[in-house]
Ligand binder design. Sequence first.
Ligand code: NAP
Ligand code: ZN
Ligand code: ZN
Length: 367
Amino acid sequence: MSEAAQQTAPESMQPQPLTAKAFAARSAVSGLAPLTIPRRSPQPQDVQIEILYCGVCHSDLHQVRDEWQSAMPTVYPVVPGHEIVGRVVKVGSDVTKFKPGDLAAVGCMVDTCRTCANCRAGLEQYCTTGFTLTYNSPDVFLGGVTYGGYSEAIVVDEAFVLRVPANLNLAGVAPLLCAGITTYSPLRHWNVGKGQKVGVVGLGGLGHMGVKFAHAFGAHTVLFTTSPNKTADAVRLGADEVIISKNEAEMSRHADSFDFILDCVSAEHDLNAYLPLLKLDGTLCLVGAPEKAAPVAAFNLLMRRRSVAGSAIGSIHETQEMLDFCGKNSVTSDVELIPIQQINQAYERLLKSDVKYRFVIDMASLK
Ligand code: NAP
Ligand code: ZN
Ligand code: ZN
């Protein structure tokens, strides 16, 4: 217990941490298995949420297997999950946005410094003095690291809890908290819309939301895929054209034609195959985060003043805007609902690009 806490109440009166059932990986090769974890008892600003659904992001797999070792080493045991939808069961005395019984959602962040220039600008996903991710970040309340949404409960500061539109399918909402905002934010930032030709690379969890949003924003939307069998689905999801990226002749027919390409690929691939497809001043924006760095040929950039950019999730304000947009336009993720006991098989399928188009854990299976 911290010194500050000892000054406010004798130890016997301190609320005991709660415990919650969860699934965790104990090492990079162990797979996931049941674990009981502590959660802090709600502080005045906190919302305690019973988790109903949690999406399975490829970032969960990268981190469970410690594939981001150099940027973000994994601390074990790790409880992944940052696409969380649930119901509020308890709120602290200072909470104003939520009451017990409300739907609530949590994405990739549970706190930031709130004082750096980026936080003050409302872009706390780019906090420069360190932010607290939903899992695998230092936990200032309980010590150790934060634990994510593959769990029956979570306690989060209300400033990082989102409101969920009541008209949407809840399992389909969960992936919006990462796959949704991660594609919505760059498409908005680069003003994608009518009159533009926009590419989305990879039809996975992020990619299928990228296709839905680019289409909803009015752009001529083109999916690049390595999986020819996804063509019909891509068109159903909103793609105007589908390009099989391994077909060089098909790729070169689109040279100098794209305004913007959003790269949602989880594994090593050649960025230089996409850069020549951008027109003057076009941008290739990376949201996918493969383990290995990718080389970029200077000539592919300088001959058309092209840019390679990156984007990380989105702010809390923009995440709420995205959820409200989805409520208004009936946008949700296409999901395969799984019991948590199938999580290790789901990871294997994710590695084979075999998911339509996001696994979501039905947390009732953890009871
Ligand atoms: P996912 O569901 O596994 O989708 C990845 C897709 O990439 C696959 O469906 C596949 O699409 C394509 N792909 C896979 N291997 C490939 C290869 N070797 N060559 C070319 N294409 C390949 O993953 P996700 O959950 O959408 O996540 C995608 C990436 O974004 C991950 O690296 C994740 O960590 C990252 N991410 C970043 C942020 C951020 O803030 N920037 C947020 C969330 C996730 P096709 O079958 O259509 O080819
Ligand atoms: Zn994610
Ligand atoms: Zn900050």
